[in-house]
Design a protein around this ligand. Sequence first.
Ligand code: 2RA
Length: 335
Amino acid sequence: MRVAIVGASGAVGQELLRILAERNFPLDDLVLFGSERSAGKKYSFKDKQYEVKLLQHNDDFKDVDIAFTSAGASTSKEFLETITKHGTVMIDNSSAFRMDDDVPLVVPEINAEDALTRPRGVIANPNCTTIMMVVVLNPINKLSPIKKVHVSSYQSASGAGAAAMQELQQQYKEMLEDGKVSTINKFPHQLAYNVIPQIDKMTENDYTKEEMKMYDETRKIMHSDIRTSATCVRVSSLRSHSESVWFETEQPISVNQIREALKKAPGVTLVDDPQNYVYPMPLESAGKDDIYVGRIRKDLASDNGNTLWLTGDQIRKGAALNAVQIGEYLIQNGI
Ligand code: 2RA
């Protein structure tokens, strides 16, 4: 089993290296690829050093079985043919192919088997906010189909990449030292001591692209006509996203039923004792695999509604871990 990581120097690429090692992913050889900026850098994996090769249009993927790509949508589109032409399966973290009809969009806890039909050799990894929400909504959907969702996200700097995390830390430092920030590159406004109610570009219906990803991807993964209205917000936590989710089911369901379903759900941990100040928080879910859920309660504004709060590490389950789990599923099914 020969595995490649494209975008090895980025936040997700680095997390892929850690997760492949932690989970003892059954690989015999590893090849790292990157842009001109990262070609030549060296990273260690299980006590061996690997040098990042320049990603080019050649036959470098000839003997690669699985390529985890995380280098942005335009790179994924440009290199799809180069990566897949010899039969390599591409597990792509970008938004390039997520909504294409002939590309499966997979969260293994929900629709793993969709990964087995991949006419173009590529499987798309969903957006982080969608992955985190559907892992929690899917077990509830089995109690009674969910018709409507309202969600507000609280997305950390990590969602914008490693440089954005550094920028947030730099902004806090500048605020403390100079009382003002001089570095605003990765976000449209100062993020330190602020929240920004826009992630990604606006679309014609006045929702952002990030918000439309939550609408479209949720339907595709859950094979459902569920309608999601999202407001995605960048907050000044460093790593790990949070979401406040209101949902309406076809039939009324109780908080107890939801708790019991979530206790049994793969990839979910219940942290729900608010009377004792116990609920999920991004500081605690950072670096962990599960999605943490709490504040589960009856919605006061809707008869069939309930509401909950969740947090999850956007770089792990929101990106790298989900991709590795897809790879593991493929191997279990004889890739
Ligand atoms: C963000 N959704 O948080 C992005 C990352 N995929 O900005």
